[in-house]
Write a protein that binds this ligand. Sequence first.
Ligand code: GLC
Length: 422
Amino acid sequence: MSRNPKLDARAREILIGNDRGGYTVPTHGLYPFQWNWDSAFVALGFATFDHDRAWAEIETLVSAQWEDGMIPHIVFHQDDEGYFPGPRVWGTGRTPPTSGITQPPVLATIVRKLWEVEGADPACPRMQRLYRACLASHRWFHTYRDPLGNGLVMVTHNWETGRDNSSEWDDALARVDTSGVGSYQRRDTGHVDATMRPRQEEYDRYVAILQFGRASGWNHRTIADEGPFRMVDVGMSMELLRANRDLLVLAEALGETAAAQELRARIALSEHGMDWLWNEEASAYCSRDATTHESSGLVTNASFLAFYAGVGSAEQRARLIEALERISGSATYLLPSLEAESRAYDHRRYWRGPVWLVVSYMAAIGLDEQGYPQWAARIREDSARLIEKSGFYESFSPETGEGSGGPDFSWTAAMWLAWCGR
Ligand code: GLC
């Protein structure tokens, strides 16, 4: 049953309008290339009306996978002067050009979903190919991004987390030396209001980290061991654990015994390792610096992905639900990217308050699965109301429901079709 057929039609129109032939741009102008986790969520939207196109979205992304297994965060299929940092700045020397970093590993979870909707046939060649791509990508994370050996995910650039400008990265970013950055021309503030975007000194740090990677020749070992930014991200740690569980289902269906064994071991490691992120004072899982071991102490929307990952003792879960109750006291619309009482909260600024529906979607799925259907329903209902009120924006104010960032956003349209508009 559709909630609003007009919005269904509009959402489909957005996806089709942002389709550049085998891949979808997140939004016209601001983000003119293919983004990794955007494509995963966009595939769920396409799957509601065009299965073939849904698979193609992911296949195009994976065609740019590196030999070492990394699936890049951006694929620059066509040049576009309206974006910084573009392919020449990254200088990865790849064809097609890509960035040198990755993004949240949600792909295996979505591949499993597409495959199950089509009847879960183990002989499905499209699933098989993507299974292998996801396995290689997960192995890349295990090889390069688990410096503590506890099954969690370290990121080497804040852009890898997908929650690019979250306050969780502030302390680690403050230590990044920007003296050698030089001059460059930002493009983002030409597309959207500067008050919504990162500040200049923050942007310099993002560029400095990029320049370190480039100077290393995009050597993922050097970047992981010696890079200027090394954070264990609560979001990606939860997402990879979930993705490993979903990949295991595929491995079992394919009779891949050795890979299944390997995945089970990774899952057990991450389940035990997750407590390293638990912050007693914040009563939540929080991102933590891999170098200084300092916890951010911040409760963000990613903290609630614990349910999606299926972790936490009964006591930890109860405390997370208390945090959710507290947050719902100050947010008209769940799920804000940062709690209103936190330092740096701003209901309009990127990842410092606004609601992103893809994170809300994952949190709601987890809450539903783990026995909190009323919270899942609340988040879903709020998400639908945001779109009904403001349209298909990139993000929304948790206070007023106003849209922020880019308009006609692909993954917001996809979330309507696949989730909150149903
Ligand atoms: C912003 C978001 C990131 C997303 C990208 C494209 O950089 O922070 O998560 O992938 O936009 O939508």
